[in-house]
Design a protein around this ligand. Structure first.
Ligand code: ZN
Length: 104
């Protein structure tokens, strides 16, 4: 009885250590390791930036480092849902230009 409880605790600890923080991509809606995603932060209603440090203030959304997912997020309104505001084509175009630098 005692032994099995201890084993469970050990297993739990190992699992916690192993699991990396995961976030959902607003484009493909898949859960991925945070390191595979990039955070987009909303600074103001018409200003969005790629948050390389993850420390930028403001509402944020995570997306894969791919133009494809950015396009999906824009088309499926994942962006607008996450940020609770309209995303203009201008903003989208700006982000599209920038995400190319992060694409693997
Ligand atoms: Zn994605």
């Amino acid at each position: 009885m005692m032994k099995s409880m201890m084993m469970n605790t050990t297993m739990k600890n190992t699992m916690v250590k192993k699991s990396k923080p995961q976030r959902k991509c607003v484009g493909c809606n898949e859960m991925k390791d945070k390191s595979q995603l990039i955070r987009i932060a909303k600074i103001s209603d018409d200003e969005f930036v790629f948050d390389k440090t993850g420390k930028q203030n403001g509402r944020g959304a995570y997306i894969c480092k791919s133009k494809e997912c950015l396009e999906k997020a824009f088309r499926n309104k994942g962006f607008e849902r996450s940020f609770k505001c309209k995303i203009s084509t201008e903003i989208y175009n700006g982000l599209e230009q920038e995400i190319q630098a992060y694409e693997a």
